[in-house]
Ligand binder design. Structure first.
Ligand SMILES: Nc1ncnc2c1ncn2[C@@H]1O[C@H](COP(=O)(O)OP(=O)(O)OP(=O)(O)O)[C@@H](O)[C@H]1O
Ligand SMILES: [Mg+2]
Length: 257
């Protein structure tokens, strides 16, 4: 089985979190949303906890918790920080408290002086989340596949120099593209696939979310030469039991080996 999967999407709001929750439950995996932009209401990690309640997965702490629901580069700027890729290495490779997880003294002093309190709260949370993984890092825990949910799609900027796809490349894990089934999805999904292929990012396949649209799914698979992993229908009411059932009916765990 792969050490994990990156869950990306053709857009924001396509169903990445719901799909990721279903996948985490089916694989008995760990979920990680390294960059959370927007803290009002439930975060994606909260949603995954709720939608996988029965399976008790491990939900790792976010590294960046940004207040504004916007692209990470902008949300970070609004909070007065810059996203640093060195802090976004895969959790399994981390030590309980790494220097990479701690801001440089000058940075911390500048942040504290300017009253950027989110930075101060961000660091303990990050350490707590990551440390928890390492602390409970028994072999079985560490071997659980890591399901990483990205922010929006692959070409979302993380800062003024880096796109999220750069991070995907460095993680070297296969990507699942979550796509809508509605009008416009063929173009969006094929563009997403092209972008990933240009960087040689491995694509596990496409997971569709929504009502059946056979031609769209078929066109994406044919033109994109990509695997159709399945389609998660809109589940109502959406809870851990109904989601698990819907996933089991539409997807095969063997496709995520
Ligand atoms: N299979 C589904 N059944 C029912 N509701 C769904 C399903 N998939 C997604 N939704 C709903 O659609 C909305 C967007 O889904 P979700 O939060 O998973 O998108 P996302 O791609 O993770 O968004 P973001 O880019 O903000 O992280 C949510 O309200 C979610 O509950
Ligand atoms: Mg999400």
């Amino acid at each position: 089985m792969s050490a994990g999967f990156i869950i990306t999407g053709t857009d924001t709001g396509v169903g990445k979190t719901v799909f990721a929750a279903a996948l985490v439950a089916a694989l008995g995996g760990r979920y990680w949303k390294p960059i959370q932009a927007g803290l009002e209401g439930e975060t994606d990690s909260d949603i995954v906890r709720r939608l996988t309640a029965a399976q008790d997965p491990l939900v790792l702490g976010e590294v960046y918790r940004l207040r504004t629901p916007a692209s990470p580069h902008l949300a970070a700027e609004r909070d007065g920080i810059e996203i640093d890729l060195a802090r976004l290495t895969l959790p399994a490779a981390r030590k309980p408290v790494t220097l990479a997880a701690v801001p440089a003294p000058q940075q911390r002093a500048a942040d504290e002086t300017s009253g950027r309190s989110n930075v101060v709260t961000m660091i303990p949370r990050a350490k707590a989340g990551l440390a928890a993984v390492e602390d409970s890092g028994s072999a079985p825990t560490m071997q659980r596949p890591l399901v990483i949910e990205g922010a929006g799609g692959p070409l979302v900027p993380l800062n003024r120099q880096t796109l999220q796809i750069d991070l995907f490349e460095s993680w070297a894990l296969p990507v699942v593209v979550v796509a809508r089934t509605t009008l416009g999805t063929i173009n969006h999904t094929l563009l997403t696939i092209e972008a990933l292929r240009r960087r040689s990012v491995m694509i596990q396949g496409v997971a569709f979310v929504g009502d059946a649209n056979e031609d769209s799914e078929d066109s994406v698979a044919n033109f994109g030469r990509v695997r159709r992993l399945g389609r998660l229908p809109f589940v109502k009411p959406l809870d851990s039991t109904s989601l698990r059932r819907a996933f089991d009916l539409s997807f095969r765990v063997e496709d995520f080996q």
